[in-house]
Design a protein around this ligand. Structure first.
Ligand SMILES: Nc1ncnc2c1ncn2[C@@H]1O[C@H](COP(=O)(O)OP(=O)(O)OP(=O)(O)O)[C@@H](O)[C@H]1O
Ligand SMILES: [Mg+2]
Length: 452
């Protein structure tokens, strides 16, 4: 008898970060916040303020300055920082860390900060290369059997036609290039270039004017069809960070040091950074490179200590400095490592250099929409009543608590054979998992009982 088994579709396993729904700040051309856009809801003034900061960064008018985002827990401080990163685009480095990360056991606090700062400064380097560039109008890849495994086909060569507005050339390329074409999924209509010397293939995007409009263009970058000859000398721009350059330079020295039997360290020697800075400055002066100051975002900034703060204050004044964005939910508190109280636990001399943005607690309709977006993002189907129940918990307890309960509620619903979460499921989840206020009350109550 034939065996037939039904296969239950597995829920796709993917880890969803808690800010994965945020695609930008959701502002219009005038910089005004739309109530819901780019995954952002409400918190209008803070988003608009962040939009101004983004413009200042893009115009290069933020150097040596910083931003502090303050507000109660769960009011979207981290979300806004993520929004800033998205608005800045891929080319501007954005480094996010938490204040507590400086207490690593392997590296000195100042080394952790120094590396973060260097990762947040981009260097756009221009090089000239001979390339074949154009839109792919024909591509044919020839395969042969793998020499050791007859069931596997491997590319042997490819023939590809590249066109510009003025020129057309057909190239026959070897297996390495063919393999790259496959790996990059180069198709008709893609704009690519191939390094004439090394055979390295680079996909620029799609020539969308050849495409009908029914595709969602956001999946790929739309680019123009290039002009001029297919084979040409092209200026190519790489964006690296100072940290990338430090590591590359230090690796060279380490390789040499290991040969001589010297111990390797994870710390980057300061001479290396000096050399890199000198090289970069030289390239900038010769017009071969450009500096791209990025953003160093430090969440839970009250976790930094006095040493870290003075290091950052000094670093902000140096000529190669990123823009510092701090966030905290603390009011007046002790600066770590001292007995001094200061607003937000941050020393005054640093505070003076920061623009402060505040986030305010959410209203019910904001919480409802954020929960709706999160449910969608985590693929948890909710009934309207379940959403209302969660909104109520969000208002009475906290937004985070309501977000946290969604997954347990989904499991409860699934066990009951429902594919939509109901208000009952949410209530049940809230019985199983308490919020912090309740957990503290519980311990206190037990302690009192114990003391009697
Ligand atoms: N205005 C908003 N629009 C959309 N999602 C938001 C908004 N504000 C917060 N969120 C989401 O709600 C959750 C909590 O917000 P977030 O982590 O940004 O708070 P926070 O202010 O950084 O809190 P904490 O002080 O505890 O770090 C996150 O998943 C976040 O992405
Ligand atoms: Mg946060």
């Amino acid at each position: 008898m034939a065996v037939i088994r039904e296969v239950k579709p597995a829920r796709e396993m993917r880890r969803i970060g808690s800010h994965s729904h945020i695609r930008g700040l959701g502002l219009d051309e005038k910089g005004r916040a739309k109530f819901i856009a780019d995954g952002m809801v409400g918190q209008v003034e803070a988003r608009e303020a962040a939009g101004i900061v983004v413009q200042m960064i893009k115009e290069g008018r933020m150097a040596g300055r910083g931003v502090l985002i303050v507000g109660p827990s769960g009011t979207g401080k981290t979300a806004i920082a993520v929004g800033i990163a998205k608005e800045l685009g891929e080319d501007t480095p954005f480094v996010a860390m938490s204040g507590s990360e400086i207490y690593s056991s392997e590296l000195k606090k100042t080394e952790v900060l120094m590396q973060a700062i260097r990762k947040a400064i981009g260097v756009r380097i221009k090089v000239h290369k001979d390339v074949y560039e154009g839109v792919v109008t024909r591509i044919r890849i020839a395969y042969v059997k793998h020499p050791f495994n007859p069931y596997v086909r491997v590319p042997s060569e490819a023939e590809i036609t590249l066109e510009t507005r003025d020129d057309s050339r057909t190239l026959r390329v070897g297996e390495e290039v063919a393999a790259q074409l496959i790996q990059l999924r180069v198709r008709k209509g893609d704009v690519i270039w191939i390094d004439a010397e090394t055979g390295e293939v680079y996909k620029v995007g799609r020539a969308c004017e050849k495409e009908s409009k029914r595709y969602d263009v956001s999946y790929f970058r739309c680019v123009d069809i290039p002009d001029g000859p297919v084979r040409k000398r092209k200026e190519i721009v790489h964006t690296l960070t100072l940290h990338d350059l430090d590591v590359a330079y230090a690796a060279q020295r380490t390789a040499f040091a290991t040969l001589l039997g010297m111990p390797a360290t994870r710390e980057i020697p300061s001479e290396v950074r000096q050399r890199v800075d000198e090289e970069v400055k030289k390239m900038i002066n010769e017009g071969r490179a450009e500096l791209v100051p990025g953003v160093l975002f430090i969440d839970d900034a009250h976790m930094l200590d006095i040493e870290a703060f003075s290091f950052l204050t000094r670093a902000m004044e140096s000529e190669l400095a990123p823009i510092l964005v701090l966030a905290t939910n603390r009011g007046v508190t002790k600066i770590r490592g001292t007995d001094i109280e200061s607003p937000h636990g941050i020393p005054l001399d640093l505070l003076d250099r920061l623009l402060i943005i505040k986030t305010r607690p959410y209203k019910a309709e904001e919480i409802r929409e954020i929960l709706r977006i999160r449910a969608d993002e985590e693929e948890i189907p909710l009934t309207e009543e379940a959403l209302e129940e969660l909104t109520k918990l969000g208002v009475e307890r906290s937004l985070r608590y309501a977000v946290q309960l969604m997954e347990p509620a989904r499991i409860i619903a699934e066990r009951e054979g429902r594919n939509k979460v109901t208000a009952e499921d949410v209530k049940k989840a809230a019985e199983y998992f308490v919020d912090v206020r309740e957990s503290i009350r519980y311990i206190r109550e037990l302690e009192e009982e114990f003391l009697k």
